[in-house]
Ligand binder design. Sequence first.
Ligand SMILES: Nc1nc2c(ncn2[C@@H]2O[C@H](COP(=O)(O)OP(=O)(O)O)[C@@H](O)[C@H]2O)c(=O)[nH]1
Ligand SMILES: [Mg+2]
Ligand SMILES: [Zn+2]
Length: 360
Amino acid sequence: MSKIDMENLGFSERFVVEADFYKNLYVGRVASQYKNMYKVITEAGELAAEIFGKFRFEVKTLSDFPAVGDFVMLDRNENISGNAIIRHILPRKSAFIRKAAGTSEDEQVVASNIDTVFICMSLNNDFNIRRLERYLSVAWSSQAIPVIVLTKADLCVDLAEKLSEVDTVSCGVDVLVTSSLSDDSVLSIEKYLDKGRTVAFIGSSGVGKSTLINRLVGKNVLETKKIRHDDKGRHTTTRRELIALPGLGAVIDTPGMRELGIESADMSKAFADIDELSRKCKFQDCTHTSEPACAVRKAINDGMVSADRFANYLKLQKEAKYERLNSKQIETEKFNAMFTGVGGMKNARKFSKEKNKKHF
Ligand SMILES: Nc1nc2c(ncn2[C@@H]2O[C@H](COP(=O)(O)OP(=O)(O)O)[C@@H](O)[C@H]2O)c(=O)[nH]1
Ligand SMILES: [Mg+2]
Ligand SMILES: [Zn+2]
């Protein structure tokens, strides 16, 4: 009998099919990472794992390394002798990517295989509409569905005003208002949880992510620190962590990210209003700067779209390296690149031959 319900943990049909390709290996889901070590959940329980030595030389960017939320193929599924070895990462169905701290180029997978991403922002100190736009752009491109979670309602004196501000950028995304003082908050979050589904909490440090998750899990599995009198949050979660919720899927907690560099952004969804307007511009490739009959500039002049929002739109668009690609397409690109390198065609042929053998 298996101890862990992997199906509840998100091991769905698409991953089962992928995993089937690797004979004699076992599937696991990465729950956390400690330097070069990973905690992986398998059918038989949790175990410590490290990556296959060769792996290290083949990786091109940080995102080629296992990340929390990844389904990986291991050489064992029980804690019998030393660390298990991670041999492969199954293709991610979604990935929340940011530029790694300290480098301008390298990208880092914050969390993967997420269905719903809760973008958390507090209704007091952390409240920043432009940052919310940034998070929404990245979230949409991750392939997960974003939900805006406004925390610390108990510390907010102008809720209606803040909600109407959020309204100008949400573009149809669900908005939840939470407070650690109310039990309804957890109920509103719970509606998004279900067997086999994965949710993740993203947002600056100190906004109350772990507090919500603690409530969700029902017991203190993550540490939260005492509030400071100036109410500036401190780092309370030091690493990303995936927690299984019996019958309710999995939840991923993340430490705070003040700076969220953009690797890929889905501007068409995060800025659906501007996207829609731009279709009415006279010129199809209108940059909305000096062209005549520009519907976007007209909307700004008419006060329908704020100038700040438009400025942020231009800024984020410029920042996004893969402007037109979403995370899924980036993964595909990488996969293709992998097979076009030295010995690549041979691998590709072998790969497709074996794949055909299996499925037809
Ligand atoms: N007043 C108030 N404080 C909260 C609320 N939620 C969290 N906090 C406090 O804010 C601090 C940071 O919370 P934490 O959950 O660790 O934030 P995280 O860094 O986003 O995980 C802790 O001291 C919490 O007790 C809330 O709704 N209202
Ligand atoms: Mg935390
Ligand atoms: Zn225009």
